[in-house]
Structures are given as structure tokens and as C-alpha cells.
Design a protein around this ligand. Structure first.
Ligand code: AMP
Length: 288
């Protein structure tokens, strides 16, 4: 695996590989890699493709300074995992390399409602910072395919809009969420959970699954489902665990995140949750 810390170095490597006719797949990350990240790295490993992964903890997408400062950094372990996974190029820039002229985003994309709701409401500025760094990375790596996790459901919808609005020559592929054996969505933040919080955290995925099962049951019966009633049941189930500080639990239209009162049998929906537990903020979602 080649490690590039400078933009000009990775660009040089990629120009040479493209001249050989290679195509590029890309998985951007903030490190502290787990199997979910590795599944994105491995997604397009076949003849004629080069796999690029980036590790960069992007300061402009953290609205909470403490969350940024406590973000786990495990770079040596990450490098070992990427080598083992067969990654070809790791892009590992510094903050100065990515933001030589400061953090100001001079021409932000307006994502409208998509970036104002849910995570956008609870983490002001998060999506502007995320889109700012993803655009910079896409302009450097120019991947043919970009792999992102459904775990960050709203994020991949916004990146898809970014690609469309900026007319970038990249195809976004959203990959399913990898989970621990008990169902907890893998996350770099899970290492910060104490033993008790870790045990309770699994309820997030259990409650999501139960909402989706109810929706799928209605769909099978070709009946409309009552979104409000399903959300209220889910919130009541989470409220049984006082350890959770729930920020939102919502059922939304899977394509545009618009709120729903009822769910028609053909409607694709996503159930999304964000909650803090033991000082750690977790998000998860499931589609039905
Ligand atoms: P992060 O390092 O948290 O910014 O995540 C980098 C990429 O990995 C994003 O596209 C995430 O959606 C994806 N990702 C994070 N957790 C998982 C997971 N459990 N399964 C699959 N992909 C994930």
C-alpha cells in the first residue's frame, strides 16, 4: 500500500495509474477503522481497479469541540487493517494540507431541507463541513465510484446531491450497515462506550428493527401503516432506558427525508435515531 500525505503525491500516483487504464474506487473515512469501513474498501476490488481510502478527521464537520477532541485516533492499527484488506493507496493528509487558506467555505452548496432536518438540526454546520471536505477529496481523487455507508443515511443522500449539483464524474454507491453480533451498528465511537452503556446501546437497533417489522407487516397486508403510532411506540420503548438521551426518532420518506403521517404499502421509508448514552452520541437507521 502506498501512503500519500500530500495532494500532489496522490494526484501523481493516480494520473500514472489512469494512464494504465485503471479505474478508481474511493472510501473516505475519519479512521478508527472497523469492519464497516473495511467493507467499503473491499467493495470494488477486482482487476483493473485501484482502491483508495482516506483518513482525515475533518475539523469543520464537528459542531461539538469535545467530540472532535475525543475522536479516537488509531492510525497504526488502521494502516495494518488497510494493508490486510488489500487497499492500494491511503491518503493521509494534515489539516494544513486540506485547508491551506483556512476553514471558510466560500461557495457552499445549498442542500435545503435535506441538510436542515435530523442531523442538520441537531449538529448545526455539520453537513456544510462534511460536504466541504468530501468535495475537496472528490476533486483530488476523482474516483469512478465512491463508497459510503448507509449507516450515515442522511450523509449519503447529501453527497449524492453534491455530486449532482457540482456535476462531479463519480458514481456514489451506498453500502449496507455492518453490525456487531447483537445488532449494534459498528461505529468508531463504540470504543468510547463503558460496559453498561454498550449493553443498553443495542436497544437502538432492536427498536428500529421492531418499527421496520411493523411497516413490513402492513405492506404485506397491503395496508397503510400509522407512522405516528409506530414512532410513539418506539420512543416509549427507548424511554424505558433512562440511560438514553434521545435526540430524535423519526420515520421519514427514504428518498427525501420528508416526514410521513401514514405509510402507503409502496412507500419506501427509513427509521432514523440519534441518542446519547454515557456521553457518546450514536446514530443508526433501517430502511423498510
Ligand atoms: P466515518 O469514518 O465514521 O466518517 O465513516 C466513513 C464511512 O464509513 C462513511 O461512509 C460511513 O457511512 C461508513 N460507515 C461507518 N460505519 C459503518 C458501518 N457500521 N457499516 C458500513 N459502513 C459504515
Amino acid at each position: 500500500m502506498i501512503i500519500c500525505k500530500r495532494i500532489k503525491d496522490i494526484e501523481k500516483q493516480l494520473v500514472a495509474l489512469r494512464k494504465e487504464g485503471k479505474k478508481v474506487s474511493f472510501a473516505p473515512t475519519m479512521g478508527a477503522l472497523h469492519s464497516g469501513h473495511i467493507s467499503l474498501v473491499k467493495a470494488r476490488q477486482k482487476a483493473g481497479w485501484v482502491t483508495v481510502c482516506s483518513i482525515f478527521v475533518n475539523p469543520t464537520q464537528f459542531n461539538d469541540k469535545a467530540d472532535f477532541e475525543k475522536y479516537p485516533i488509531t492510525i497504526e492499527g488502521d494502516i495494518m487493517k488497510l494493508i490486510e484488506a488489500g487497499c492500494d493507496i491511503l491518503f493521509l493528509p494534515t489539516v494544513a494540507e486540506m485547508y491551506p487558506d483556512g476553514f471558510e467555505n466560500k461557495k457552499p452548496v445549498d442542500f435545503g431541507f435535506l441538510a436542515q432536518t435530523l442531523e442538520g438540526e441537531h449538529r448545526p454546520g455539520h453537513f456544510d463541513g462534511m460536504a466541504q471536505i468530501v468535495e475537496k477529496l472528490l476533486r483530488i481523487v476523482k474516483p469512478d465510484t465512491l463508497y459510503m455507508g448507509q449507516k450515515d443515511y442522511q450523509q449519503q443522500l447529501i453527497v449524492s446531491k453534491l455530486i449532482e449539483k457540482r456535476k462531479l464524474p463519480t458514481k456514489l454507491i451506498a453500502y449496507p450497515t455492518l453490525r456487531e453480533k447483537d445488532g449494534l451498528a459498528m461505529s468508531s465511537r463504540n470504543v468510547r462506550l463503558d460496559a453498561h452503556s454498550r449493553k443498553v446501546a443495542v436497544q437502538l437497533s432492536k427498536v428500529l428493527r421492531s418499527s421496520i417489522l411493523k411497516i413490513e407487516d402492513s405492506k404485506l397486508k397491503r395496508k397503510a401503516a400509522d407512522a405516528t403510532a409506530i414512532m410513539n411506540t418506539a420512543k416509549a420503548a427507548l424511554a424505558k432506558h433512562p440511560e438514553f438521551e434521545v435526540e430524535y426518532y423519526e420515520l421519514r420518506d427514504a428518498a427525501n427525508l420528508q416526514p410521513l403521517a401514514t405509510i402507503a404499502p409502496k412507500q419506501k421509508v427509513v427509521a432514523l435515531v440519534a441518542a446519547k448514552i454515557g456521553g457518546v452520541r450514536l446514530i443508526d437507521n433501517m430502511v423498510g
